[in-house]
Design a protein around this ligand. Structure first.
Ligand code: NAP
Ligand code: MN
Length: 268
């Protein structure tokens, strides 16, 4: 089994990744940063997001394992004092994995014939900085509404606990293959109208945005930001690809949500 370690540059993450290197070397794992079977990330959810983007081109042949060096995250399963158990689990690995949906983003820029595709693990947002964002919204190819406001967010189920949640979106169990659209400060009055509620989009559907002319839009894809080019059309769909995690033990999703957002003191 070929292993890559992907750590953030925090002091604790560096220390943990040094320990992991040593343990993997002692147990005769092969290191391969270019074509790993398993990527072990060390850090937080943000670290896993960066690792995902680094390996996006080979995402179907990679499985992730995540060690957290801060608080328990949504993608990070292992505490940094459990790496002995983690190495033992990897030694007896038999390919077990869980897979979660990804967001496919198809962008047509004005004046550029070839469309660009991006893949998001958490979400994509379209925002405008210098003026009200105005965009037509289509669902499944049918016109739905004209949106005016700061922006729109399209998130995956595993991304539903991130930006989406701050925007008042629902937390979605990651076994559901759906996308969620949330608004960022829509303008609603007697003249302008949007749905104003988060929408859950079925797996067979897609969301298209046709923004008004302007170069001051920014498209975010997880922690990346693309701007400066005029977007003619954006299409969001659940990707045919998914992200795979090596799963050696189970943690109930709602327990993780409770742990992250509510805390143990409310247990009776
Ligand atoms: P960051 O500023 O560190 O991320 C903000 C927070 O979101 C961090 O606490 C991060 O956890 C957490 N997070 C990331 N993915 C999550 C998930 N799937 N579920 C629950 N929490 C999650 O930046 P980053 O670490 O590079 O992460 C980028 C993400 O930040 C974006 O994809 C977006 O979802 C989120 N974001 C949120 C807001 C907002 O809520 N207003 C605004 C911009 C971006 P860690 O500390 O473990 O990294
Ligand atoms: Mn972060």
């Amino acid at each position: 089994m070929k292993i890559a370690i992907y750590a953030n540059d925090g002091r604790q993450s560096m220390a943990v990744s040094r320990k992991l290197y040593q343990k993997f070397a002692d147990t005769h794992f092969i290191f391969d940063n270019d074509h790993p079977d398993i990527v072990v990330t060390v850090g937080g959810d943000g670290t896993l997001l960066s690792a995902f983007h680094k390996y996006a081109a080979i995402i179907d042949s990679v499985r992730f394992v995540s060690v957290h060096t801060g608080h328990l995250g949504f993608y990070t399963d292992w505490r940094d004092d459990e790496i002995d158990d983690l190495v033992i689990s990897l030694q007896s690995d038999n390919g077990q994995s869980v897979s979660y949906p990804l967001l496919d983003i198809h962008v047509k820029y004005k004046g550029i014939a070839k469309a660009v595709n991006y893949l998001a693990l958490n979400e994509a947002t379209l925002k405008r900085s210098n003026a009200t964002m105005v965009t037509d919204v289509y669902i499944g190819g049918e016109f739905f509404e004209k949106f005016r406001g700061d922006g729109l967010c399209v998130s995956t189920p595993t991304g539903s606990t991130a930006y989406n949640k701050s925007l008042g979106g629902a937390v979605i169990h990651p076994n559901l293959k759906v996308l969620q659209v949330t608004e960022i400060s829509s303008i609603n009055n007697r003249v302008f109208r949007t749905l104003s509620s988060p929408m859950i989009i079925a797996p067979s559907d897609w969301v298209t945005l046709v923004p008004s002319a302007g170069r001051d839009y920014s498209l975010t894809v997880d922690q990346q930001n693309y701007h400066g080019k005029q977007i003619e059309q954006l299409r969001f769909k659940i990707s045919k690809k998914s992200i795979h995690f090596a799963k050696y033990r189970h943690m109930q999703f709602w327990r993780r949500v409770q742990d992250a957002f509510i805390g143990a003191e409310y247990e009776n």
